[in-house]
Design a protein around this ligand. Structure first.
Ligand SMILES: *[C@@H]1O[C@H](CO)[C@@H](O)[C@H](O)[C@H]1NC(C)=O
Ligand SMILES: *[C@@H]1O[C@H](CO)[C@@H](O)[C@H](O)[C@H]1NC(C)=O
Ligand SMILES: *[C@@H]1O[C@H](CO)[C@@H](O)[C@H](O)[C@H]1NC(C)=O
Ligand SMILES: *[C@@H]1O[C@H](CO)[C@@H](O)[C@H](O)[C@H]1NC(C)=O
Ligand SMILES: *[C@@H]1O[C@H](CO)[C@@H](O)[C@H](O)[C@H]1NC(C)=O
Ligand SMILES: *[C@@H]1O[C@H](CO)[C@@H](O)[C@H](O)[C@H]1NC(C)=O
Length: 671
């Protein structure tokens, strides 16, 4: 259990965990980090040849031992195994002002606001410093937290935020070992730096830098040495920066204007120095600016008078860029007391702590659900899924299936090693097919669909697929789970959980499944491929459900069908227009909002954005709709159903690289 001098540790107000959605319409080039399928395949096959060694120390998933850390208000005590720790996650952050990313994380008022407003009630956060200045860092962090909590009327959150004045190198427990051995690369990790050299200097000037927000500028710093040229505030183009990195001061115009002006002036990159007294900021675009493509690398640093002085005196200055490894800045203990990685923070915001904590809540709730009574049929137990073959299992389905009306898929995807670094780099569609009777109508029906996370191995989901019970005949059934054949391996586990719903009133059981439409290339002719289907309703039917699993993929000139809003219409008997629309596709945080529903948070990729009917690191929820009253059920009366898939309410009409829809759709008859 957790003990703190603060008496209110367990008396927590539930903080609403909603996330502010930014304006819709992320420009398409921001959504994918400019990689085509071929280069992704190449990067994954490179990864495949790397051996993922482990350090022999503590690894993610292992139990966290008890510890005590002195804090500014007493001490923070973690005692695993005690009843209270079951509902509590602990997120540990180690600060260092050697990182511009962390300086910005702590200076940005939006970042602090998200922490005090949206930290889930179950989460405790322990703040440490990696540096000699831990005592003053702690006072500063506490001050920042208090000011933010007060400003947003969230003082009660302070009882869950614990700041230690003892530096990590002196805490004397396993926390230091884990922070050091889980050192990482990529976003939020390492010390990104700019190195300035000039003839008159004995030693280079090496300073921390924060690169512009990951998704609006596609340029990356090369490993070469650049020439640096002064261009004032950069609010006008400046011919002198041709071929050089422009040295600009903050202010007078937007970051976007500066970068755009320097791009027009043929600069190779942009360095913005903070005005005296200002913290380093997250350079981002705003609103319509984000739609103008720019491809320069850019970063922000603190003002360096020596650099400015040299340049203004006509002395040459060169600059290069490096990232020095650092300990990890974030680790966590989940509600079951297991150590956990925290993944990537794509930009400096405490929202990433909240998303991880929300996911811990989800995961704890899922554990509880999985304890509820059910007949469990194991299909895969940590089976490696790779290549065209995928994961395959023949499972004997017992004959007493008809006693059940509920079928849940309990699936998880982990990686060959314990670290996220051993996980496949890209997001892939995973489909589960089942065939119980090779000659029957249901062979090769898709029973479940998931999308893998970008390089995180923690996903586990329960999906209700009860309407598909009729496709499982007693006897031996073959289950095949597949993803992109060139992907690095995932390790899959899958249990079928059969149960009886606790419903008051009449219990109906699905007895027949009628296949409707598949997806396909989402182009001009898409809707010509789906003729109307005529069908009678089988005798003794009491209910009919439309059941569809639809996801949009690919990227045409409109971002279809992953990042464009598509709608899918099942028109019953010419008048009933049953519509499923993927409204959050392309929105800034459309998938981050699903962390609390199991979307794997803090992935190593653009997991935040809304997508066409899916999120990275999440199951695809079947769409179910009761259409009984839309049908003529008596006798052999014929009904019709039609399907249309639209973009912006019209037939898709891409001018390049059409995307595609992956769809399994059925009518399910219950009696
Ligand atoms: C962090 O570093 C910057 C630049 O060196 C400095 O201005 C700021 O005061 C430092 N903040 C803390 C908390 O030490
Ligand atoms: C700057 O870089 C150029 C080209 O690499 C090099 O010739 C020059 O000596 C460098 N100057 C300094 C001061 O580092
Ligand atoms: C902003 O513009 C004013 C007026 O042109 C100028 O005096 C000032 O130096 C500029 N600020 C910076 C940071 O360059
Ligand atoms: C930038 O480069 C282009 C092509 O080399 C050239 O036409 C243009 O004049 C340059 N612009 C500036 C401001 O130097
Ligand atoms: C069924 O649900 C009701 C209401 O939610 C609950 O009171 C009851 O205990 C449940 N019965 C079983 C057997 O779970
Ligand atoms: C169904 O509704 C959508 C959206 O309102 C509309 O675009 C479509 O034309 C409708 N289809 C039919 C056949 O009525």
């Amino acid at each position: 259990m957790l003990r703190s001098v603060s008496p209110v540790l367990y008396f927590l107000l539930v903080v609403s965990a909603h996330v502010t959605v930014a304006a819709k319409g992320i420009p398409r080039r921001r959504l994918k980090l400019a990689d085509d399928e071929a280069s992704r395949a190449a990067s994954e096959s490179r990864d495949n040849s790397v051996e993922w060694r482990q350090s022999g120390g503590l690894e993610p998933g292992e139990p966290a031992a008890a510890f005590t850390v002195p804090t500014l208000s007493g001490e923070f005590v973690y005692l695993p195994g005690a009843a209270a720790s079951a509902e509590v996650s602990v997120l540990i952050h180690a600060f260092t002002n050697k990182s511009a990313f962390l300086e910005c994380l702590w200076s940005s008022s939006a970042s602090l606001a998200s922490l005090v407003e949206e930290l889930p009630a179950s989460a405790q956060v322990l703040f440490l410093s990696l540096d000699d200045s831990a005592a003053t860092d702690a006072l500063w962090m506490r001050e920042r937290l208090h000011v933010a909590a007060k400003k947003h009327g969230q003082e009660e959150v302070l009882s869950r935020l614990h700041v230690s004045p003892v530096p990590v190198f002196a805490v004397g427990n396993w926390i230091a070992g884990v922070l050091y051995s889980w050192a990482c690369a990529g976003h939020n990790c390492g010390l990104a730096q700019a190195v300035f050299t000039s003839q008159g200097w004995d030693v280079p000037v090496i300073v921390k830098r924060l690169d512009a927000r990951y998704d609006w500028l596609t340029g990356r710093w090369a490993t070469t040495r650049y020439e640096l040229r002064d261009a004032g505030d950069g609010c006008e183009p400046s011919p002198s920066v041709d071929g050089a990195v422009a040295w600009l001061s903050e202010g007078n115009c937007s970051f976007f204007a500066k970068v755009q002006n320097m791009a027009k002036s043929n600069a190779s990159g942009v360095l913005v120095s903070a005005l005296p007294g200002n913290a380093i900021r997250d350079m981002n675009c705003v609103g319509a600016e984000c739609f103008a493509p720019l491809s320069l690398p850019a970063a922000m640093v603190h003002l360096q008078p020596a650099v400015t002085h040299a340049l203004r005196s006509g002395v040459d200055v060169n600059v290069s860029f490096q990232t020095t490894p650092s300990p990890n800045f974030f680790i966590a203990i989940d509600q079951q007391g297991a150590l956990a990685e925290m993944g990537w923070f794509l930009y400096p915001s405490f929202s990433f702590i909240n998303w991880q904590a929300q996911w811990f809540d989800f995961s704890a709730a899922l554990q509880l659900k999985l304890e509820s009574p059910a007949t469990v049929l194991p299909v895969f137990d940590k089976v490696q899924m790779q290549s065209d073959k995928g994961a395959v299992a023949d499972v004997n389905i017992p004959p007493d299936l008809s006693a059940f009306d509920t079928l849940m898929l309990d699936a998880s995807l982990s990686c060959p090693g314990s670290r996220d670094a051993s996980c496949p780099r890209w997001d892939h569609t995973v489909r589960l097919f089942v065939c119980c009777d090779r000659l029957g109508p249901y062979c090769h029906v898709e029973l479940g669909r998931w999308i893998t996370a970008f390089r995180r191995g923690i996903g586990r989901w329960q999906t209700d697929v009860s309407p598909l019970l009729p496709v499982l005949d007693a006897g031996v059934c073959r289950f095949t789970m597949k993803t992109a054949p060139w992907a690095m391996p995932w390790v899959v586990s899958l249990n079928l959980r059969f149960s009886v719903a606790n419903l008051t009133g009449e219990k109906l059981r699905p007895f027949r499944v009628m296949s409707l439409y598949d997806g396909g290339t989402f182009d001009k002719t898409y809707n010509r491929r789906y003729p109307p289907i005529e069908f009678p309703v089988p005798a003794s039917t009491k209910k009919v459900e439309l059941y569809a699993v639809i996801t949009g993929h690919g990227s045409d000139d409109n971002g279809c069908a992953e990042f464009c809003v598509t709608s899918h219409h099942f028109l019953v008997n010419g008048v009933h227009n049953n519509t499923r629309s993927f409204d959050s596709a392309g929105s800034a945080l459309g998938c981050a909002e699903h962390a609390k529903e199991g979307a794997v948070p803090n992935e190593h990729g653009t997991w935040l954005y809304g997508r066409g009917g899916w999120c990275d690191g999440l199951q695809v929820d079947p769409w179910r709709l009761d259409v009984t009253t839309q049908l003529e059920v008596s006798g052999q009366a014929s009904n019709t159903i039609r399907y249309l898939g639209l973009f912006n309410g019209k037939d898709p009409d891409p001018t390049q690289q059409p995307g595609y829809i992956v769809m399994s759709s059925f009518l399910v008859f219950f009696k």
